[in-house]
Design a protein around this ligand. Structure first.
Ligand code: MG
Length: 260
């Protein structure tokens, strides 16, 4: 069952989302060659604790996820586990996924960051993945359907020759980290659930340079591309309103950029 959120609930999700955005901005400043993925996790843990929240991902699932954030490097798509021995190297990508639980509500967002200088090919992958979100976001208005968002992500990615991950989807979010509806990154326009004001969703394109095919690492969490090529991820939590989508996990300063 899809649970539409009240104005009060939306503000609680927005409060969690502001912390998520601040963490992504702080981590983005720290990503550089020589830092470990565990260092990034420590930044998030400290900021969540200072804000009085709880990491949404810590202890989630089976086996329980062992960290506050997901850090997925290069061919890792999502759900990479932060590790002291995983040192970021010049030319790599790292996708950072952050979830914060505060006052009974979750918010969830992700960005892919360049480590030092990266190839033009990887810069384009990051940019197109981000654009997939923002193009699909324009469809997040009452009366449209989830399939309109899904189809918009798929078209933009495939127009660039990229693979669209199918095994993992975006999702509703609120009192639970994952709620209905599922929001695939592929699909048919005009199909799926009709969007209504108060629907809060995390939309999260996961886009591969090569094949869309994936496999899971032996750690039981990390999803990697089947061909070993790079992948990028971009996610925000948003609410559908009468006047269009409101993004709840923007980084500080990003609001102005979005409204331009
Ligand atoms: Mg998510």
């Amino acid at each position: 069952m899809v649970n539409l959120k009240s104005a009060v609930e939306i503000e609680k999700i927005a409060a969690s989302g502001r912390i998520v955005g601040a963490i992504l901005a702080a981590i983005g400043q720290q990503v550089k060659p020589g830092i470990s993925t565990d260092d990034l996790d420590q930044i998030a843990r400290q900021m969540i604790e200072e804000a009085g929240g709880t990491p949404s991902f810590l202890g989630y699932g089976d086996p329980p996820f062992p960290a506050a954030i997901c850090t997925s490097v290069d061919d890792e798509i999502v759900h990479g586990i932060p590790d002291k021995t995983r040192i970021l190297r010049e030319g790599s990508l790292v996708s950072v996924d952050v979830g914060v639980y505060l006052n009974g509500y979750h918010a969830d967002a992700a960005r892919t960051f360049a480590v030092g200088t990266i190839s033009r090919e990887l810069e384009d992958l990051i940019a197109v993945t981000r654009a997939c979100f923002w193009i699909a976001c324009q469809q997040a208005i009452p009366g449209k359907r989830t399939g309109d968002l899904s189809a918009a992500v798929q078209k933009h990615a495939e127009d660039h020759g990229y693979g669209v991950v199918r095994e993992l989807t975006g999702h509703g979010i609120g009192q639970n980290l994952h709620e209905e509806p599922d929001l695939p990154n592929y699909g048919r326009a005009g199909h799926g659930m009709r969007l209504e004001p108060g629907l809060v969703i995390a939309m999260e394109p996961m886009i591969n340079l090569g094949t869309r095919r994936v496999r899971m690492k032996q750690d039981g969490w990390t999803i990697v591309t089947a061909d070993g090529q790079a992948s990028a991820h971009y996610e925000n939590t948003l609410v559908v309103t009468d006047i269009g989508p409101r993004i709840l996990t923007l980084e500080p300063g990003e609001e102005e950029a979005w409204s331009d």
